[in-house]
Design a protein around this ligand. Structure first.
Ligand SMILES: *Cc1c(COP(=O)(O)O)cnc(C)c1O
Length: 369
């Protein structure tokens, strides 16, 4: 009997922090600072310092943060936003929520991030923003993307929901564009005990507008300057995230250790392994391998009690909810191939060497049969 290896083990992360987290939750209950409040304000300061931005504004989710980024730019109906079809759907929700149209551009086969070589041909007079995603924790190739945005005078908004602490030429992801959205969903590299997100930026006017929009479009209570949202971060989440942020660098190193072990142990298999492009330092939110027999391998891992997952099996241009955009199979062959072949192996900072070796053994066995 081998013990199962979970795809993700959130309890392992919580265990050593449990007392501290219990205490911060108890404090919030006693203060009754349930919505925003001092712990959220402190976390916003700490997270801005971590990113190296002037401002961080806390939200109730990463989706909300990205939505508000596009609202701040006054993007709306008739506008287009260029993005990637191979991502979690929430990247596109932000575009749809403001009434704009997502315009997809195929990805790079090695990194699965948007392919800078294909972006320029997608630009039209209606293009109002570029929204690349640092997918799986690997930073996009920012230099060419920024050059295109500069040439065409288009703002760049980073979806950094999977990229806490990732670096590109030594600079941290989330500091390249005009604004960047982060998610603190529990499974993310920095996860709340519930939902959470943040928008980071340097412009004080944009930060002020983000704060107003997340709180019913108001800066003075019961006076509403524009139609806003209830997108506030909960007080408890601010406290929890403040505790966890202190461990983020060590956790990132832990994830990188796991990734490097996988590289060593399964490099001799037929799998296509994730790479780090020149100048890129991934924070390995996910460790995604690729193979045409992905479905068989997934069944085999599961039969041998190794957890795994699919990120993401259906690219956004082929999702039912976006049928009205008029895309069809074959429009983005690189993304479609990645969707068919991708398989996410267990990766989290607490994964032990014995567990990594076991995953590698099961993969080797699969290819031996
Ligand atoms: C998680 C995620 C989001 C959305 O964040 P939530 O906090 O779940 O709303 C957006 N984009 C990407 C790429 C994500 O992985």
């Amino acid at each position: 009997m081998t013990t199962p290896i979970p795809y993700l083990d959130l309890a392992a992360q919580l265990r050593p922090l449990r007392k501290e987290i219990d205490a911060v939750i108890a404090k919030t209950l006693d203060n009754c600072s349930y919505c925003l409040g001092p712990d959220v304000a402190q976390f916003e300061k700490d997270f801005a310092r971590f990113c190296g931005t002037q401002h961080a504004v806390g939200f109730n989710s990463g989706t909300s943060a990205l939505h508000i980024a596009l609202r701040i730019l006054d993007i709306g109906p008739g506008d287009e936003v260029i993005t990637t079809p191979q991502t979690f759907v929430a990247t596109s929700w932000a575009i749809s929520y403001v009434g704009a149209r997502p315009v997809y551009v195929d990805i790079d086969d090695q990194t699965c991030c948007i392919d800078p070589k294909r972006v320029e041909q997608a630009i039209t007079p209606r293009t109002k923003a570029l929204m690349p995603v640092h997918l799986y924790g690997h930073p996009c190739d920012m230099d060419p993307l920024l050059a295109i945005c500069k040439k065409h005078n288009i703002p760049l908004i980073e979806d950094a929901a999977q990229a806490h602490g990732a670096k590109y030429h030594g600079k941290i992801a989330g500091t390249f564009g005009l604004m960047a959205g982060f998610s603190f969903y529990p499974g993310k590299n920095l996860g709340a005990c519930g939902e959470g997100g943040a928008l980071v930026m340097n412009d004080p006017a944009q930060a002020a507008r983000a704060r107003s929009l997340r709180e019913h479009g108001s800066t003075v209570r019961y006076y509403h300057d524009e139609v806003g949202y209830n997108y506030r971060m909960e007080g408890i989440q601010g406290g929890v995230l403040g505790i966890k942020l202190k461990h983020l660098d060590a956790w990132t190193q832990g994830r990188r250790r796991v990734a490097h072990r996988y590289h060593e142990l399964i490099a001799d298999t037929p799998l296509q392994l994730p790479i780090e492009a020149a100048g890129a330092e991934s924070c390995y939110h996910l460790y995604v391998v690729r193979h045409p027999r992905r479905d068989d391998l997934k069944k085999y891992l599961e039969a041998n009690k190794v957890g795994c997952a699919l990120h993401y099996p259906v690219p956004l241009h082929l999702q039912k909810c976006y049928a009205s955009l008029g895309y069809k199979q074959g429009d983005f062959p690189v993304a479609e191939k990645a969707a068919r072949e991708c398989l996410s192996l267990p990766i989290f900072p607490e994964l032990t060497d014995a567990q990594i070796i076991r995953v590698s053994e099961v993969i080797h066995d699969f290819f031996k049969q």
